[in-house]
Design a protein around this ligand. Structure first.
Ligand code: SF4
Length: 1432
């Protein structure tokens, strides 16, 4: 058998079991053990692995299992200081150590630790010695080392692995006895020679060449197999009496300064055993790295030395003092260098913030550079240099003190110099901060003094005049080892030094308590707080940028040691920022990585510890309890107190569930029929609705029926079911929905399930056309089919054949369902039951009707603090109030696994007619996003602001906050007319003012009149109000209605003159554009108004009707549509025209099917002419012929421009509309500063574009320089991006949008970066291609009009569409279904290249795609699904 030593060892390790650790160079660079020990916990070599193992041993005290460590010599050498811990002396630990650099010095460096040390040379020996090592450890209850080097000895020997590994208890607990039991000798003669006069005792890598050379030279070669305990008597006994000389040779790449350790071992015992054997000469020597052909020479020289009259000690042969390594370890080193560079680039997220905080005076004491990984990047080194600097500064201080006293300068201005030096002394001693300018002035003056000694002395220390912010950095990229002692030194030093410790360990999802990887770094915070006198912060940049900033500033301000623990979790160094962000969120949400800041010097007790996240780990809770801070915290934040008692709540929940189960069981006792369990797995709600329907019908038929999620069934309880039916939909690429995944994993991995007594069936919901490609067909209803097959495999008995519901059937999935369910009722004998009535499902129309003008139970829902959610009906109704309930999908699975409800939070959308906000309004939104939301603001594709991550109790303050600056959220969503969007038009102030006024007029005119908005959100007082807030909205003339209407019978009632009680069938959208611009995508909305301008006056509008974007994958009855031209209308009539168009839709729109309810379907069903005539009928007059117009583009134009009134406007590029602070782009802070400046000047405004960008508008010339400098400072002035990026847009999608099937906003920038290099190469950097991405086919970023569109189909898979019009005038068409990044790039790059070569002058990409025959033109929405390429 051909196996290597690692495989031979792994065979033994697997048989022995226990806990296994493998150390490896980096997370993405494996060691030679990693692949053969896949069950092992991997630890990174540079991350103090033995300290982690030691802590594991300390924690697992009662654990009698073996702990195995598979590592390498260098890692072990670096860990030597930790090996003397008592944990290793009294636990069963075995280390298998690969020596991959020819250096056996690590073997001898263990001599004083007194652990047994074995050295094997071949795979056979490795297998045998591994067994011996475990037996030694078992019997001696101690650490045992087993070393081996890659074998070059007996390489052709066949390897036999034992079928059984024996662990035996022995009577005699001596090493000698145990190893002899396994026929292992401490020393072994490895050759035969005729003249046995000279002996070589060898500790090193044996090779066939070495043995041959020794044999040829007549030297007896003895290999050391058991180095410790060194059994000299055994050695002397096997040396023949004829032998005269002994040469002790150790292989090492670092020759010993004096005697070799083996020689010392020898002489330590030799006096005792000298009677056994005497030698004429004993010398020692070292071998470095010797090539095979060099051994003979080395051995000959060795023997010549020992045989000569004047022997020399410590001769050295072969290569030494060079970096030596085996080929495989060299490759590892190269890979490691790559991984470290990648880790360093991830860590830039923190370092850039540090640089921002200290642009001029940051001093990273252990500066990382690729070429100096090692000593100088080591924090210990950095701390040393800090102490040296401190000493030098003290020297400088005393020199300055003397100099000030004596004044012996000869500078240009001695009086000034003395004054400056005195000020410097005060600042150093008393203020603690030295102004940079002061230091510069002092040095400059000193330099004018050429003659005085004191000036020369001071100048020699001139670098210490300035005061830097000193940071030490510990991380995986920074040759991490702040080690316990390193941290301890810094904390106890009391020095004013800051430490940033970056923890890269991802949050372990399962068995959290048992995993140990990396826990040490988190606990540094606890250690430091417990020690006291130290500032401590725990931060995570992908959770809160602001908190990182605060922590850095506070740490630097703190006069003493500060520790900032920074979280940056990655599984591999090559992970991208999105993966790091997702891991961070899980860890912070679960409390695994709490965010906090601790400053013991703060006077107010309650503020010493600030918790910046909402969950805490147990250890931290304990610390706070000890410090009596927990109550203070919980009092300050009631929500926190709820989280802290989560454990108790869990018990309460279990108790409630038990009571509910019992009462339900009692209820079922009243029923006579057989039992039935209905289990569902459902993401979108359809499968759940089907399951509940089955349950209702079953109860109606007298069955003891119960319905539950699949994940609520314990797989081991499945055999106790009598009748069970499963209903599942199909997620992603044929995956189980989230609430069935766990159950499916259990079923799939089960080995002993016996379902012989269980009757079952399965119904699946799928779409046979969802995956059109042949190779993807098997995804259709895959979960249902997989489950069916497994249940059959385990012996389940069919109640009825599997049922498959297909969205493509005439009645959708109901066709298959009706057929299948009849078979179930028949199988259960309840098919002929009369009078089973199925209650009608509640529709959106019912909800609206029963809502009392949009009230529902919203108030009750807001007051219910037992959940972060609101009821399903209220979720629909709150949309009319501008609110969507969402949950954080990044942590949805994780919370579910912990038994927690999803992390519900709300999106709150402002109604912003015309897309304009004053600086004051902007500042309030900015504040609300920080205090009530997730710290970001979203500019939407319909030119308004959205807050995300607003938890329930923050909803009211958010809405009141917006209203306090005269913004509201009414009708920002829901089945009503939404925000009216207007072209941003920075070049033309007059026209913009006119169209904005029209936009505001239409918005007000079509605003719902319900008083529910005012009643629910604005009435009365609220804790979050600021003085004067409520007066602002109470005095507002327009906006949400406050008073009910007087109706017949003198009753005051809500009254909706235009909408009635059921409002519209679906949402309704109006936009206005001014040619040649089309930044609002005028063709994509229910009503698109094209302004007609004469002599700089808007005289009227061409009216487009029936545009719309939303559709459903593979449902050909749904499609996007561009608006149809109705004709021209004068300006003063336009709000009435909009009203009448809306009323026709109100009365003729489809209220039975929401997928067919938008105006675009009504107009196609009625016909354009009929719809138009109905509008004209209501108006009482006809549309005029459309006026001429020319639209040229639908993108934004970035940078500065001046309008005709002399005001300046800057269009800033806000990628995908997300305003946030990142280390690279602190745009949110920048916009806030600009708003603050404009607010003081009472000028300027913020204008939003439909492409999700922002125009800083109406800037007076006098203010221009300040605004420009702020733009530059906060990197808002950068518009030098590729034209593709500037023309791109993406919807929100993950993590907040509940409908997202794939990433969008977070992924499009990454994808574009991957295309940009190619575009550069083809000379297309400045050629605009409109590219859009959405996470689902609802089309929020209007993808169907883009020249290139990617529409999410499943996580990581997108439909690619091509051929849209460059200025939004034409729909595109599907080119490929469900492709992933590689395919997207493989398709787009060659197409872009062809376009660059083949296009006609000015021909846009979309047009070229059609002319080149790449894709057929889509002439109208209803033909969107025609002519899709066959191989799509
Ligand atoms: S397009 Fe789909 S995924 Fe994107 S935000 Fe709209 S609904 Fe969500």
């Amino acid at each position: 058998m051909s196996i290597n030593q690692q495989q031979a060892i792994a065979h033994t390790v697997n048989a022995i079991g226990g806990t296994v650790f493998v150390t490896q160079p980096a997370k993405s660079v494996e060691s030679s053990f990693t692949s053969v020990l896949p069950q092992a916990t991997t630890l990174v070599n540079s991350n103090d692995p033995f300290t982690i193992i030691q802590e594991y041993l300390d924690q697992a005290q009662d654990n009698n299992e073996f702990v195995t460590v598979a590592t390498d010599g260098v890692t072990l050498f670096n860990s030597l200081p930790h090996l003397s811990s008592s944990a290793f002396k009294s636990n069963k630990v075995v280390a298998h150590v690969e020596l991959n650099n020819f250096d056996f010095a690590i073997v001898t460096s263990l001599r004083d630790l007194h652990f047994p040390v074995l050295v094997s040379q071949t795979a056979n020996e490795a297998s045998k010695f591994a067994t011996v090592a475990y037996n030694l450890s078992e019997n001696l209850n101690t650490f045992v080392f087993h070393f081996f080097a890659p074998t070059t000895y007996l390489v052709n020997e066949s390897v036999k692995l034992p079928s059984e590994i024996l662990l035996e208890s022995v009577q005699d607990y001596s090493v000698e006895h145990i190893i002899s039991h396994y026929e292992v000798k401490p020393f072994e003669i490895v050759n035969k020679v005729a003249k046995q006069k000279d002996t070589i005792l060898y500790l090193g890598q044996l090779s066939d060449a070495l043995v041959e050379a020794a044999t040829k030279a007549d030297a007896l070669l003895i290999s050391i197999k058991l180095y410790q305990p060194f059994q000299l008597a055994q050695l002397l006994k096997i040396i023949p009496s004829s032998v005269e000389t002994l040469t002790i040779v150790q292989q090492t790449t670092t020759p010993f300064a004096s005697f070799s350790p083996v020689l010392l071992d020898f002489f330590q015992q030799y006096p005792e055993y000298q009677t056994l054997k005497t030698f004429t000469k004993i010398v020692s020597a070292t071998f470095g790295y010797i090539k095979s052909e060099g051994y003979q020479q080395a051995i000959n020289n060795l023997l010549a030395n020992v045989r000569s009259e004047s022997t020399v000690q410590n001769l050295s042969f072969g290569k030494v003092n060079t970096e030596l390594a085996t080929k495989s370890s060299k490759k590892q080193q190269d890979d490691l260098a790559g991984a470290v560079a990648e880790a360093h680039s991830l860590e830039q997220a923190y370092l850039k913030v540090l640089q921002q905080v200290n642009p001029d005076n940051l001093n990273v004491l252990n500066e990382f550079q690729a070429e100096n990984i090692g000593l100088e990047t080591n924090p210990e080194f950095g701390f040393g240099s800090f102490l040296y600097d401190q000493e030098q500064r003290e020297n400088l201080i005393s020199l300055v003190q003397n100099a000030v006293k004596k004044n012996q300068f000869k500078s240009g201005n001695d009086t000034k110099l003395i004054e400056l030096l005195s000020t410097w002394l005060v600042q150093v001693r008393e203020v603690g901060v030295v102004e940079a300018k002061l230091s510069q002035e002092i040095v400059a003056l000193l330099e004018t003094d050429k003659t005085s000694t004191i000036a020369r002395e001071l100048l020699a220390l001139s670098q210490y005049f300035s005061q830097e912010k000193n940071w030490l950095i510990g991380s995986d990229a920074w040759a991490y080892d702040l080690g316990s002692s390193g941290v301890h030194n810094v904390i106890t030093s009391g020095k004013n030094i800051n430490m940033l410790i970056i923890d890269s360990e991802p949050y372990a999802e399962k068995n959290q308590e048992k995993t140990i990887n990396g826990f040490r770094k988190k606990d540094v915070g606890l250690y430091a707080m417990n020690y006291g006198g130290c500032y401590v912060a725990s931060v995570a940049i992908y959770s809160s940028y602001t908190q990182v900033l605060q922590a850095f500033l506070e740490a630097e301000k703190f006069q003493g040691p500060s520790i900032v623990l920074a979280y940056l979790p990655y599984k591999k160094e090559s992970d991208d920022a999105l993966a790091v962000l997702q891991e961070t969120k899980k860890a912070v949400d679960s409390g695994y990585w709490p965010l906090y800041r601790y400053d013991p010097t703060i006077e107010n007790e309650a503020d010493i510890f600030k918790l910046d996240s909402s969950n805490l780990r147990k250890q931290l809770q304990d610390f706070l309890e000890r410090e009596n801070r927990l109550t203070l915290l919980a009092t300050k934040d009631p929500l926190l107190s709820r989280n802290l008692t989560a454990t108790a709540n869990t018990e309460a929940k279990a108790q409630q569930k038990k009571i509910a189960d019992e009462s339900f069981a009692k209820l079922l006792q009243g029923l006579s029929g057989p039992p039935l369990t209905v289990a569902f797995a459902s993401d979108g709600g359809n499968a759940e609705a089907v399951a509940k329907k089955i349950n209702r019908q079953a109860l109606g038929r007298g069955l003891k029926s119960t319905v539950l999620q699949m994940d609520d069934i314990a797989v081991e309880d499945l055999p106790t079911e009598t009748n069970i039916v499963f209903v599942t939909s199909t997620s992603g690429q044929g995956e189980f929905p989230t609430n069935g995944k766990q159950f499916w994993d259990g079923i799939k991995n089960s080995v002993d399930l016996d379902l012989a007594s269980v009757k079952f069936s399965v119904f699946g919901l799928g779409d046979s056309q969802y995956w059109p490609r042949k190779e993807d067909k098997h995804y259709y209803n895959k979960p249902a089919k997989d489950l069916w097959a497994k249940l059959k495999l385990y012996g389940g008995v069919e109640l009825a054949d599997i049922g498959l519901g297909d969205d493509q059937d005439a009645d959708g999935f109901s066709t298959g369902f009706n057929e299948w369910i009849e078979k179930i009722w028949a199988a259960l004998g309840v098919d002929n039951v009369e009078g089973v009535e199925e209650p009608k499902p509640i529709t959106n129309e019912d909800m609206k009707l029963g809502s009392n003008y949009l009230r529902g139970t919203i108030v009750e829902g807001l007051n219910d603090q037992s959940t972060g959610a609101i009821s399903a009906v209220d979720q629909q109704l709150t949309k009319f109030h501008g609110i969507y309930m969402q949950d954080d999908r990044d942590i949805r699975d994780d919370r579910k696994a912990q038994g927690l409800e999803p992390a519900y939070a709300f999106m709150v959308r402002a109604r912003l007619p015309g897309g304009i906000a004053t600086p004051k309004q902007y500042l309030r939104l900015d504040e609300l996003s920080d205090v009530r939301g997730n710290g970001t603001l979203k500019l939407t594709t319909r030119a308004t602001f959205q807050l995300h991550g607003v938890v329930k109790h923050n909803l009211k303050p958010s809405i009141r906050g917006m209203n306090s600056v005269l913004m509201d959220t009414l009708a920002a969503c829901g089945d009503v007319n939404r925000n009216v969007m207007v072209s941003a038009l920075p070049h033309n102030a007059k026209i913009h003012t006119q169209v904005s006024q029209v936009g505001a007029l239409i918005s007000e005119h079509l605003l719902p009149r319900t008083t529910a908005y005012h009643e629910i959100w604005l009435q009365g007082e609220d804790d979050g109000d600021k003085p004067g807030d409520s007066a602002n909205w109470e005095n507002r003339k327009e906006g949400p209605a406050k008073k009910k209407t007087l109706v017949a019978g003198n009753a005051l009632e809500d009254f909706e003159p235009m909408y009635g009680k059921v409002y519209l069938p679906r949402k309704f959208k109006v936009v206005i554009t001014v040619p040649p611009y089309n930044d609002v995508d005028v063709y994509a909305h229910d009503i698109g108004l094209i302004a007609i301008v004469e002599d700089n006056e808007v005289v009227g509008f061409n009216v487009l009707v029936g545009g719309g974007m939303g559709s459903t994958h593979n449902n050909k009855k749904t499609y996007p549509r561009t608006g149809s031209m109705f004709g021209y209308v004068a300006k003063d009539q336009i709000h009435l025209v909009c009203e009448k168009i809306m009323l026709v839709q109100r009365d003729f729109g489809d209220r039975t099917n929401r997928k067919h309810a938008r105006l675009k379907y009504t107009i196609d069903d009625l016909g354009v002419d009929v719809y138009k005539s109905k509008v004209e009928e209501l108006l009482g007059w006809k549309f005029a012929e459309p006026r001429e117009f020319k639209i040229e583009s639908n993108v934004d134009y970035f940078g500065w421009c001046k309008d005709e009134l002399g005001f300046n406007h800057f269009t800033a590029f806000i990628e995908n509309g997300r305003i946030e602070d990142t280390a690279e782009l602190p745009q949110k802070t920048g916009l806030k500063k600009i708003a603050q400046f404009l607010e003081t000047k009472k000028s300027g405004e913020f204008r939003l574009t439909g492409n999700q960008h922002l125009v800083i508008s109406n800037i007076d010339d006098a203010d221009l320089n300040v605004v420009k400098s702020l733009l530059a400072k906060y990197k808002l002035d950068n518009t030098d991006f590729s034209a593709l990026r500037l023309s791109s847009a993406a919807c929100v999608a993950f993590p907040t949008c509940g409908l997202a099937m794939a990433e969008s906003e977070r992924y499009l920038p990454v994808l574009i970066s991957k295309l940009e290099l190619a575009l550069e190469e083809y000379g297309l950097r400045h050629d605009s291609v409109v590219m859009r991405m959405t996470g689902c086919p609802n089309g929020c970023a209007r993808p169907w009009l883009a020249e290139v569109a990617l529409v999410g189909k499943a996580y990581g898979a997108y439909n690619l569409l091509l051929g849209g019009g460059h200025h939004g005038q034409r729909l595109n068409k599907i080119y490929r279904y469900s492709i992933k990044e590689d395919e997207i790039l493989d398709i787009l790059k060659p197409l872009f290249k062809r376009w660059s070569l083949e296009r006609e002058d000015g021909e846009p990409f979309g047009d070229w795609c059609i002319r080149a025959g790449i894709i057929k033109e889509t002439t109208e929405g209803k033909y969107f699904h025609d002519d899709i390429p066959e191989d799509a």
